[in-house]
Ligand binder design. Structure first.
Ligand SMILES: Cc1cc2nc3c(=O)[nH]c(=O)nc-3n(C[C@H](O)[C@H](O)[C@H](O)COP(=O)(O)OP(=O)(O)OC[C@H]3O[C@@H](n4cnc5c(N)ncnc54)[C@H](O)[C@@H]3O)c2cc1C
Ligand code: FES
Length: 504
């Protein structure tokens, strides 16, 4: 299989690397924020603006997690959401959802203007389109639902995409931006006056015992009155957020398009095989068009390279664009469609989480920053109750039952995988599960023939990892932890790498 694009996110490729220090001694601040994605960086900014000292602690580099691999549409129209929200939660809560996401977009715009951040922020119309009768019915229902909530949505019969549609819902005045330019610019405003940014510093755990202690991989600690865990899925298991969400992985390809030919809005289709489409200006005056889609549950598909192939072929055939970039990332889907923003558990009065953004976390990250900074500052927030992280969990919806049953099935059933008893069967460029002296081994042979062997048991809660061919990684089908072929953590909730194993 030949893929044309380079395997790198456009957002990361078009920004310079950051280089903040690793935490190597103990520090004390008012608030520690764990995770420097959009949620963490924005929360740290709002708190520092309000006069708190903050420490932003990132395991990798600023903005290279999900927020560095997103499509970065900042939207209140999140594909199809309002008809379902009204059905599931009633009109009042659905209205608060729309209002709060619109307010988050406005807050982001204000922040960018106030700090004069060059991050390609543009107000744009946002469309969810249908290409058949079934999709059209869903779109019309969504228009009706959104309008009944007072949102400025309307039905349109055509859009400037180069294929016919049956209809679309349009929300004006939404936004898009360059997420990594934003996170880097905001992070740069944080250090000083008792505040810090640390990179390459993995947090192992947090103790909430007034004051809180954030304990990092090398034993250095940050002591703080309050701690915000913004690690996409919380690294602490105690709030059971891993069982209130499931991880979904999705793919993006991009390449230069003639600016005159580029569609002007932001678009997403409906149905399982949807495509998400937007363009972005480049620093050299050009335009890159991005197409996303091909989502699936993490660890459930090893032929992931075929997903990139389908997207590349779509980019060429639909837009005449040659793929230059390809990348992939994942997000956590909340079972009741609302993010979890608030205290980790009712007993944790000073540890907070923001998770379950359900593939629409740009506005929700900013919203999380608004809700959590208000809570820490003791300010009433009109949306805090709606998103309360400790709200009763819908463990009994059909999706949550199915997802949690699947986790159980993986925990037990995947132990029977790895029938090969020799690493000889592992060809170059491929990973396989192997049983060696009774242990499950994840074995990968690189292109030079060298074998890399690590334990196949995920250090989070013990599921067996699965091979991801496109990313050359070991992905856990239970709660989405991901590891490199050498066992290093690529995505939490795991805080420990896969154990090294020797097969001789
Ligand atoms: C393919 C795809 C496209 C998307 N497109 C859109 C879109 O167009 N619009 C939209 O609204 N949303 C979109 N989303 C969703 C959105 O990108 C995410 O919801 C959002 O980026 C999540 O931000 P975050 O801050 O929670 O996570 P991240 O950006 O992942 O930040 C978490 C950070 O925590 C760090 N971390 C993890 N563990 C530790 C630890 N132990 N110690 C220290 N640091 C740690 C990670 O390294 C990471 O940097 C998309 C998602 C996908 C998968
Ligand atoms: S991520 Fe939870 S067991 Fe692997």
């Amino acid at each position: 299989m030949t893929l044309t694009g380079r395997h790198v996110s456009y957002w990361i490729d078009s920004t310079l690397p950051s280089s903040y220090p690793t935490l190597s001694q103990n520090v004390t601040v008012d608030v520690a924020i764990v995770g420097a994605g959009l949620a963490g960086v924005t929360t740290a900014k709002l708190l520092k603006q309000a006069g708190k000292t903050v420490a932003l602690i990132e395991a990798d580099r600023i903005g290279v997690g999900v927020s560095g691999h997103t499509t970065a549409k900042v939207a209140a129209l999140q594909q199809l959401i309002y008809a379902e929200l009204i059905e599931q939660h009633g009109k009042e809560k659905a209205q608060l959802f729309g209002e709060s996401n619109r307010a988050a977009i406005a807050r982001l715009a204000d922040l960018i203007a106030a700090e004069n951040i060059d991050c390609d922020f543009e107000r744009k119309a946002n469309y969810t389109f249908a290409t058949d009768a079934d999709g059209l019915a869903k779109v019309k229902k969504e228009v009706e639902a959104a309008q009944s909530l007072g949102l400025p949505a309307s039905f349109v019969e055509s859009v400037d995409l180069p294929f016919p549609i049956t209809g679309a819902i349009m929300m004006p005045d939404e936004a898009q931006f360059h997420p990594r330019k934003f996170t880097l610019a905001i992070a740069a405003t944080l250090p000083g006056d008792g505040s810090y940014v640390f990179e390459q510093t993995r947090v192992k755990t947090v103790e909430d015992e007034g004051p809180c202690r954030v304990i990092t991989h090398n034993g250095s600690t940050v002591t703080a009155q309050d701690v915000v865990i913004a690690t996409n899925l919380p690294i602490l298991d105690i709030g059971l957020y891993f069982a209130k969400t499931y991880p979904k992985r999705s793919y993006i390809v991009g390449g230069h398009i003639d600016p005159a030919q580029a569609p002007q809005g932001m678009y997403i289709g409906v149905g399982d095989n949807y495509r998400s489409i937007r363009s972005t200006p480049t620093d050299d005056g050009g335009t890159v068009l991005m197409v996303g889609g091909e989502g699936h549950k993490v660890g459930k598909d090893d032929a992931t390279d075929e997903r990139f192939e389908r997207l590349e072929s779509y980019l060429r055939s639909t837009f005449g664009v040659e793929p230059e970039y390809r990348w992939s990332t994942q997000d956590y889907i909340s079972f009741d469609k609302l993010p979890y923003i608030g205290n980790l558990t009712p007993a944790h009065q000073h540890t907070y989480v923001a998770t379950g953004f359900s593939l629409w976390g740009m506005a929700k990250s900013v919203l999380s920053a608004m809700v959590l900074s208000d809570r820490i500052l003791g300010i009433h927030n009109p949306w805090a109750d709606l998103y309360e992280a400790t709200r009763p969990t819908p463990f009994v919806t059909s999706t949550s039952i199915q997802q949690n049953l699947e986790v159980g099935a993986h925990w037990v059933g995947d132990r029977l995988k790895g029938l090969f008893d020799s690493t000889d069967s592992v060809e170059p460029g491929v990973g396989k599960l192997v049983t060696h002296n009774g242990s499950k081994i994840a074995a990968y042979r690189d292109d030079s023939g060298q074998l890399h062997t690590v334990s196949a048991v995920c250090p989070h809660l013990g599921c067996i990892v699965a091979w991801n061919q496109a990313e050359k990684s070991w992905d856990c089908p239970c709660h989405g932890s991901r590891f490199s072929c050498e066992g290093n953590i690529l995505h939490g909730p795991a805080v420990k790498p896969l154990e090294q194993k020797v097969c001789d």
